[in-house]
Design a protein around this ligand. Structure first.
Ligand code: KG4
Ligand code: ZN
Length: 342
């Protein structure tokens, strides 16, 4: 079964063709970074306009790369939940018109469910259920106990900024560019993670929640202090020390949650899952605690259509389908459980 997946929830226009939920025939991702970089963050109006401009071409590219035509498609999947509303609307409208004109099923999916699914498409049976999933992105930081595809239990979340958001804000403060995550990741590799002793918020709190805004403030205050004192600041050292603080909290609390719930597999997904320091720390600490930590290839960490098409295959098997009244929501609970999260 061939499903075309469309993902436009934020600033990437993506379309992918996935066969039987697992084989990625194409996964085209068109980044808008150049358009948003001058503003140091995503401008929702620009994002929506760029999606309108690109979506048709990206879909055609995805079909061409997969070597299939519109008539070969069995269903259309689209992100209809969670993200920038005007951006989601563009993908949803495109998906509806395709499903209608081809007379094939339409499946609206939740963006975060797509991220969670990215590890299944990457690892197949190696991803055991139940497992703990850390979803870390520009818009969310969640810890979930995943019982099965479609059955999630929220066990922790950020109480303020998302992890990726803090990477982006620190990079913006330091005038490093946008998005900040990959830039800081690269700089961190050249710096000393012990140069600054930044706080690890909520590291020892009696729950699985996170908080990153205090860390952001501490980093900014430290740089301002050093600047006032006329000190020469090593940006790689700041990047490495900041990244280490984020990594310590994310890894420690995720491992603790796995131990609390008695599961031996951890999956990490979302844009921040691309972070080299985070991946290394999960591998090393996971190994020493007897846990296996899985994450997808980089192209499946950040927003992509393949995770949407793959997930939709399973939804369709379960009889979950949308119709042409499918609506779009910027904020929506995840799965059947009516949980709120960021
Ligand atoms: O999943 P994603 O593409 O979009 C959202 O759903 O938010 O994630 C984007 C976020 C941005 O905040 C970006 O800075 C961060 O992921 N990111 C990284 C890295 N690559 C992307 N953060 C840390 N290290 C990276 N290598
Ligand atoms: Zn995302």
């Amino acid at each position: 079964m061939l499903i075309l997946g469309i993902e436009t929830s934020c600033d990437d226009t993506s379309a992918a063709v996935v066969e039987d939920g697992m084989t990625i025939r194409s996964n085209i991702i068109s980044s808008q970074i150049k358009e948003h970089a001058p503003f140091g963050g995503i401008v929702p109006e620009i994002a929506a306009r760029k999606h309108v401009e690109s979506i048709g071409i990206i879909v055609e590219d995805a079909l061409a790369e997969a070597g299939v035509s519109y008539e070969d498609l069995d269903a259309i999947a689209v992100t209809a939940r969670h993200g920038l509303l005007r951006s989601i609307v563009v993908g949803a409208a495109a998906a509806k018109s395709l499903a209608y004109s081809l007379d094939i099923p339409l499946i609206g999916v939740h963006h975060i469910e797509g991220h969670i699914y990215s590890n299944l498409i990457e690892h197949g049976d190696k991803l055991q259920f139940p497992h703990i999933c850390l979803t870390v992105s520009g818009g969310h930081t969640l810890l979930l106990l995943v019982h099965a595809i479609n059955r999630y239990e929220l066990i922790g979340r950020t109480l303020d900024d998302a992890a990726g958001e803090v990477f982006d804000k620190i990079a913006k403060f330091l005038d490093l560019g946008f998005p900040g995550g990959p830039i800081i990741d690269k700089l961190a590799a050249q710096g000393n993670p012990k140069a600054f002793d930044f706080p690890r918020p909520m590291l020892n709190s009696d729950n699985s929640d996170f908080s990153f805004s205090g860390l952001k403030t501490a980093v900014i205050k430290e740089i301002e202090k050093q600047r006032r004192a006329g000190a020469e600041i090593s940006i790689p050292d700041v990047a490495a020390s900041f990244q280490q603080a984020v990594v310590d909290v994310l890894v420690t609390k995720t491992i603790r949650a796995a131990q609390k719930y008695g599961v031996s597999t951890i999956s990490v997904c979302g844009g921040v899952a691309a972070n080299k320091g985070l991946r290394k720390a999960f591998e090393e600490r996971g190994q020493s605690e007897g846990l296996s930590a899985l994450y997808p290839r980089i192209a499946l960490c950040t927003d992509n259509g393949a995770m949407i098409a793959g997930l939709a295959y399973y939804k369709l098997q379960e009889g979950v389908q949308s119709d042409l009244r499918l609506d779009a929501h910027a904020n929506a609970p995840l799965g059947a459980l009516k949980v709120q999260y960021k």
